[in-house]
Design a protein around this ligand. Sequence first.
Ligand code: ATP
Length: 223
Amino acid sequence: MIDVRDLVVSYGTATALDHVTLTVRRGEMVALLGPNGAGKSTLANTLAGLLRPASGTVEIEGRLALIPEGRQLFPDLSVADNLALGSWRCGWRSGERDPSYVYDLLPRLAELAGRRAGVLSGGEQQMVAFGRAMMSRPSVLVVDELSLGLAPNVTADLAGHLAELNRSQGLTVLLIEQNARLAFDLCGRAYVLESGRSVAEGECAELAEDPRVAGAYLGGAIT
Ligand code: ATP
């Protein structure tokens, strides 16, 4: 569903992604780990078509939606209006703006529909960003830092929704996370990006036992 080959993305003369290759197959949940500045958001934004590669190829099969880092909601608009914006490219006129599909997936959003997005808690805002992405009925979802700034129980709730969508609807997910434990719990495979380069990849169970990965991202090996 996502096939990235030899991707180079630069900001002016600074190279943010340096020949990165990554694949996410249909129905997979794959994690992308890496420290601050590794290039994770650059990859997410390139997949979403917001950045243009300097070289390499990006192939997406199906419809891709992005939950961007920091949610990027319109704080003065209502939750319902923020959700509607998630479908504007794909069916503004064909009835796909109807949010009932998303309210069925994330019932809490129906209760919040009339509230201003800017007054919601961080967890509620992340749920709006999640719902907005699902409004386009994507087959591939890229999540840039699901857990950023959220309490563990809120993160677990959102992660549960993500896992359920993957299980029940076969939603393909690329999960960008600083929280490696969460990523390894949810995903089958992972890539590790450092300074714009892919430095490790494989099954999460195997990566968790790799001393370099465990030391850097898990605070020691998982036992
Ligand atoms: P974080 O976890 O902190 O969000 P990241 O892994 O998502 O980091 P990116 O945001 O993709 O990393 O940044 C990769 C590199 O590109 C960094 O060195 C960053 O300073 C640089 N960069 C990102 N956005 C821009 C920009 N708009 N202009 C110039 N440089 C940028």
